[in-house]
Ligand binder design. Structure first.
Ligand code: ARG
Length: 569
């Protein structure tokens, strides 16, 4: 039963009975129903001041009158308190309805097909060629991955795009450096690290040697003009970078549908300039070409530099147009750090000025910075923490904790991988995304904290209870789920679909992460307070059913944020 709908129906007929009027539709009533902050005030509350005007009576009077005429078997009690009607549902019926509905859907509970036929583009991770994958990329990768899964769960067709940073004059320098000092096998083996070394050396030597800068420019020109050698070397740089990155993506379980990066748009620039010119938006400014945005309180959006080269911004403009043409997206989300807030405000404004009403479908999903045990990351000072190292270290630490806690566990390596990586991902997605994150080992890997290991452990506990219980063929007696601890769990289960809707409205995976913790904590209280394997078989069956639902729901919620759930820990 959908309690909101059923209650709204009851309230509507009560108003009619008491006042012979129908001032609100059932849908309106449903939209006004609230969840009291404290369960002691009921499961639902209806604010009667919503009726005061049309009924010309004070809310307390209205509440008193309605409380007197409402009656239904699923409502245990109605109280009139200060103009509110507080509803207490029949606990057993409430538990029965919520738990059976969830059990029917199993791991798909909370899913829907509301997004059918709608494409959501997610631009995330978007790493740069010849740069190492450091923990600064963790949030974009994991927020994007979580949103991908969440949209998919709601029936949307997500398209994951890794908008590679694979264009720019620095790649001319890279090729020049490689031609001067590079060695194929060293780069092939050393990966991105070797490329970075070459680049750093080039930059240092270019200080004293003017010719080097010139050489770099020449190679970039060759690259732009499609010179086969330049193209071949650069394609290989890309391959080496992606090979390194894919190891990290595999560890994290992250996938992309497209790797169309900045260079993909090089031959799609004319259209941008034609359109900007045609719409009279292109202005000359100190030799550069820009779109003026001072009317909107923003600096000009530069689309062509003085030397004629296009930039990051121009390519984003081309990418937006291309994506709309190609995908006809419902939404295009850019999961990029807050440092680029202005860039995206400008980009969306320019699209609006170009007359593309669909600019409203584009959104910048911004997030804060990551620091490591109190130190901000800075490539210059050498405080760089590579994501792959961090993940490996986490798996190693998880491995030693497991060794200590469960020495007899089979496949410890597999579990350590799920726990170690899960801990990092979960920590990253725990706070609302605008907040900065400071990564600390003891906080991420604490088995009793608000962490992945804690939630995963609760999932494994559910699995273990169910294994031990074996088959239970009795008819569930939902009187077994009327204690406050059981009701808390039921209430969380009931709210999950709504919570997911809100998390998607706000593009906020942390709501799901927090839900995992709340559900795990509530289940553990239930586990300690109520005997699941009760002698009364009816109660036992109901409690086992609740345990099954919690097991599946934790697994689902963890999956949605990109964390795996081992069955034994
Ligand atoms: N590669 C860029 C960076 O590391 C992020 C690109 C984000 N996506 C985009 N369409 N601009 O800063």
């Amino acid at each position: 039963m959908d309690f909101k709908t059923a209650l709204s129906h009851q309230i509507a007929s009560a108003i009619e009975k008491a006042f012979s009027l129908t001032p609100l539709t059932e849908a309106e009533i449903a939209s006004f129903l609230e969840t009291p902050p404290d369960p002691a005030m009921g499961d639902f509350a209806f604010p009667c001041f919503k009726l005061a005007k049309s009924l010309r009576k004070g809310p307390p009077m209205i509440a008193d009158a309605l409380a007197g005429v409402i009656e239904a078997d699923f409502i245990a009690r109605v109280e009139s308190v200060k103009g509110y009607l507080n509803f207490f549902l029949d606990k057993a019926i409430y538990a029965r309805d919520v738990v059976t509905a969830a059990a029917e859907k199993g791991e798909r509970y909370g899913s829907s097909d509301e997004g059918a036929g709608k494409k959501v583009l997610l631009d995330y991770s978007s790493i740069n060629i010849a740069k190492r994958f450091h923990i600064g990329h963790l949030s974009t990768t994991m927020i994007g991955n979580a949103l991908y899964r969440m949209y998919q769960f709601r029936g949307y067709e997500p398209v994951g795009i890794n908008h590679l940073g694979d264009w720019g004059t620095q790649f001319g320098k890279m090729i020049a450096a490689y031609k001067l000092w590079g060695n194929h096998d060293t780069v092939e083996q050393g990966g991105v690290d070797e490329m970075v070394k070459l680049y750093v050396r080039f930059d240092q030597e270019a200080h004293d040697d003017e010719n080097l800068a010139e050489l770099g420019r020449a190679w970039f020109k060759k690259l732009e003009d499609g010179d086969p050698e330049a193209q071949e070397i650069f394609a290989w740089f890309k391959e080496v970078t992606l090979k390194d990155a894919k190891r990290v993506y595999d560890m994290l379980g992250v996938k992309f549908d497209s790797y169309a990066g900045e260079s993909f748009y090089i031959d799609k620039m004319d259209r941008v300039f034609d359109e900007l010119t045609e719409k009279g938006l292109l202005v000359e400014s100190e030799g550069a070409q820009v779109v003026e945005l001072s009317d909107y309180g923003m600096p000009p959006f530069i689309v062509r530099k003085r030397d004629g080269a296009t930039i990051y911004a121009t390519r984003d403009l081309a990418a937006a147009l291309y994506r709309m043409d190609t995908y006809h997206f419902e939404k295009c989300l850019y999961v990029v750090a807050y440092q680029q807030d202005l860039h995206f405000k400008q980009l969306f404004k320019v699209l609006e000025l170009m007359g593309h009403e669909w600019y409203k479908k584009c959104e910048h999903v911004s997030f804060g910075m990551v620091s490591y045990e109190g130190e901000t990351l800075s490539t210059r000072k050498g405080h760089v923490v590579y994501l792959e190292d961090l993940l490996n270290k986490s798996v190693e630490k998880a491995r030693s904790i497991i060794e200590e806690k469960s020495p007899d566990l089979e496949n410890k390596d597999e579990v350590a991988r799920k726990v170690g990586i899960g801990a990092v991902v979960f920590y990253d997605l725990y706070n609302s995304r605008v907040k900065d994150i400071d990564f600390w080992w003891d906080r991420a890997l604490n088995f009793d904290g608000e962490t992945a290991p804690y939630v995963q452990y609760t999932h494994a506990r559910c699995c273990s209870v169910l294994r031990k219980a074996g088959e239970c063929s009795a008819q569930p007696d939902y009187a077994g789920l009327t204690e406050p601890e059981a009701q808390d769990v039921v209430r969380l289960i009931e709210k999950f679909p709504e919570l997911l809707t809100e998390a998607l409205d706000r593009n906020e995976p942390s709501m799901v992460t927090r839900f995992c913790v709340n559900l795990a904590q509530a289940f553990n209280r239930f586990y300690y307070e109520c005997r699941i394997l009760d002698e009364d078989m009816g109660k036992r069956a109901a409690r086992l059913q609740l345990t099954t639902v919690v097991r599946d729901l934790i697994k689902t919620a963890l999956y949605l944020i990109g964390v795996e759930a081992p069955e034994r820990m």
